[in-house]
Design a protein around this ligand. Structure first.
Ligand SMILES: [Zn+2]
Length: 250
């Protein structure tokens, strides 16, 4: 049974649903309901794992497959006779949920943090890390490289080198906008490592530039985020940029 809450005169009314009612809804509506109740944003590049229950990724896959089948029908593709497209809706749904947009539906990979016992305080460079994403405007692939510079202090937590790549992959495996992706990655690293300075440079090819529109095959997009000491100290920033692999500087 649904009822309208009117506890606060200013807040928009919320419809409360019982667990039974929720269970009858498609998984996407159930998850959306929890997000709205919690007043949480669910943009394309937001992670919503905290609002999902076991088995719901599989339910979403089934829903997405059915909708993609409708897209193929709307494109007037005969998926019954055309053996190439018979399983396409299923394949693409699996690819979205399990692979290319997985970073929306699973929690951040476990990362062990070590105290900075050696009190390292020299510039560290990690990368280039190869990243794949998709633009949220066209859902076209984005392929790129990320270089990370860290200036730790004695209170920083250090994380293993491979973990930078795991966290980057988790942030990028969502429909993204490059400018927002680098900021999200910087926020995650800032929170975990707590360095004095953090710099991130991402250079990427956007296939919506190559495949459609102007069909430009040369343009790559470069974005950077500089935090703390990297903002204040021009020499440090220059040192970081000069140590990035050649391709990321040109
Ligand atoms: Zn695009």
């Amino acid at each position: 049974m649904s009822r309208i809450s009117t506890t606060s005169p200013d807040a928009p009314p919320r419809i409360f649903r019982s667990e039974e009612e929720l269970a009858r809804l498609p998984a996407s509506e159930r998850i959306r309901y929890r997000l709205v109740q919690a007043d949480r944003r669910y943009h394309a590049n937001d992670n919503i794992a905290a609002f999902m229950r076991e088995g719901e990724v599989e339910e979403l896959k089934t829903e997405v497959q059915a909708k993609l089948q409708e897209v193929l029908q709307a494109l007037v593709i005969d998926t019954d006779s055309d053996h190439n497209t018979r399983e396409t809706a299923k394949r693409v749904a699996k690819m979205y949920l399990d692979e290319v947009f997985r970073g929306r539906y699973v929690p951040m990979p476990a990362v062990t943090e070590f105290p900075n016992a050696e009190r390292l305080n020299e510039l560290m460079i990690v990368g280039p890390i190869t990243v794949c994403s998709a633009c949220s405007h066209h859902m076209c692939p984005i392929f790129g490289k990320v270089g990370i510079g860290i200036l730790p202090n004695e209170h920083s937590n250090l994380i293993g080198l491979s973990k930078y790549a795991r966290i980057a992959d988790w942030v990028m495996s969502r429909p993204q906008i490059q400018e927002e992706a680098v900021i999200m990655l910087a926020n995650e690293l800032q929170q975990r490592v707590r360095p004095d300075g953090l710099g991130i440079v991402m250079e990427a090819d956007h296939f919506c530039m190559h495949w459609r529109g102007v069909k430009d095959t040369e343009t790559a997009m470069v974005n950077s985020v500089m935090r703390g000491a990297f903002l204040k100290d021009a020499n440090l920033r220059r040192e970081f940029l000069s140590l990035l692999p050649r391709k990321q500087r040109d």
